[in-house]
Unconditional design. Structure first.
Length: 365
């Protein structure tokens, strides 16, 4: 069970890595539909399988002979460092790379060629090979490089990866249908959402905020270690669509990052109840008995450089849930969210004006 959970974790991690494949997958889903996006994604996955095979065959003898040596893990760290340096250099390159050229061509081609386009888009990125090599070096010794166990591991990873990609494809298509069908605004219901991946919060903000807006600031416990994450404009970014967001006391972590950024930039009306207040970064460590230890290694700060750990986010308008609401199966917060969205649309998406008007409303009646 523990091994299965680790495999699923790797699959989810891979599915949310931001890069050319991520955005072209969403774009293919919107422009050509679910089936075309799946064909493209299968091409990408086939490229991963090729790289996994090369990495496994190339590292098998090395790992079996050095699996108990600490230097092996140092080598894995060096490979991951090299992968990061390659990615950084690519980001600094202002000229169009082969990947970007492929992106421009993918949507111009017929449905039948999408598989090969997905394959080549992935295969030309040598950093992917380095990534899979590092994964094998990390997990291989723990499985004694047994072929059956390694096959099970990578099968689980790929299936998890594919499942999450299916969800992304459906959501991207649904979002496009929503905006193209004349939707005048959206409600983000993040109540009871305990958070998730930081990159996912940045992705959501990239749909709603201008390019290169500060999404979140991360400060690690190391001296002078600070990372600022910015939004990345894409073809689906809509900075004018009215937004209302619902939160409550169980909204935490990445959910709060999304809410506070939208509030800091006056991009949305936040309704509901005060959030949980988890603004720290934990790193999990697996123990030999199967349990896990989480250690706080850093803190998150809002775009305006505020730390609210333990304090939570106070909504623009607090709307309590009453006992009679449970009896009558009445979602008071969501009903008022719809009214708030109508008011926001009426006020030409003026968050400040709408926020002021809502504060004079009696939400208890």
């Amino acid at each position: 069970m523990i091994l299965l959970n680790q495999n699923i974790f790797w699959g989810i991690f891979l599915s949310f890595m931001i890069g050319p494949v991520f955005f072209i997958l969403l774009e293919t889903s919107i422009s050509k539909g679910f089936r075309a996006a799946m064909v493209f994604d299968l091409g990408v996955i086939f490229g991963d399988i090729v790289f996994i095979s090369i990495a496994y065959l190339g590292s098998y003898r090395l790992i079996t002979s050095l699996k108990d040596e600490p230097s092996l893990f140092i080598f894995g760290g060096i490979v991951m460092l090299a992968y990061g340096i390659i990615s950084f250099i690519k980001l600094r390159n202002t000229e169009k790379s082969p990947e970007e050229i492929l992106q421009d061509e993918i949507l111009k081609k017929n449905y039948g060629s999408l598989f090969m386009k997905g394959f080549f888009l992935n295969i030309i990125n040598i950093g992917v090979l380095g990534f899979w090599l590092a994964v094998i070096i990390s997990v291989g010794p723990k499985m004694n490089m047994q072929t059956s166990r390694m096959l099970t591991f990578f099968t689980s990873v790929i299936l998890s990866y594919l499942l999450i990609d299916c969800i992304k494809i459906v959501l991207a298509k649904s979002f496009n249908n929503l905006t193209n069908s004349g939707a005048k605004g959206i409600i983000l219901d993040f109540r009871n959402n305990g958070g998730g991946y930081l990159d996912t919060a940045v992705d959501i903000l990239s749909f709603l905020l201008p390019d290169k807006s500060v999404a979140v600031i991360t400060r690690e416990n190391k001296k002078n270690s600070q990372i600022t994450l910015f939004t990345k404009q894409n073809k689906f970014t809509n900075t004018t669509l009215p937004v209302v967001m619902l939160i409550n006391e169980l909204s935490a972590s990445a959910t709060e990052i999304t809410a506070w950024a939208l509030q800091d930039f006056d991009r949305a009306i936040i309704l509901g109840e005060k959030s949980y207040g988890k603004w720290s970064v934990q790193e999990p460590f697996a123990l030999d008995d199967g349990s896990m230890l989480k250690i706080t290694i850093g803190k998150w700060y809002t775009p305006k450089d505020r730390w609210i750990d333990g304090l939570g986010i106070t909504p623009d308008v607090v709307i309590p849930i009453l006992t009679k609401d449970f009896t009558n199966s009445y979602d008071r917060q969501f009903e008022w969210a719809k009214k708030a969205l109508d008011l926001l649309i009426k006020n030409a998406n003026s968050v400040e004006k709408t926020r002021s008007e809502l504060k004079s409303v009696d939400f208890i009646k």
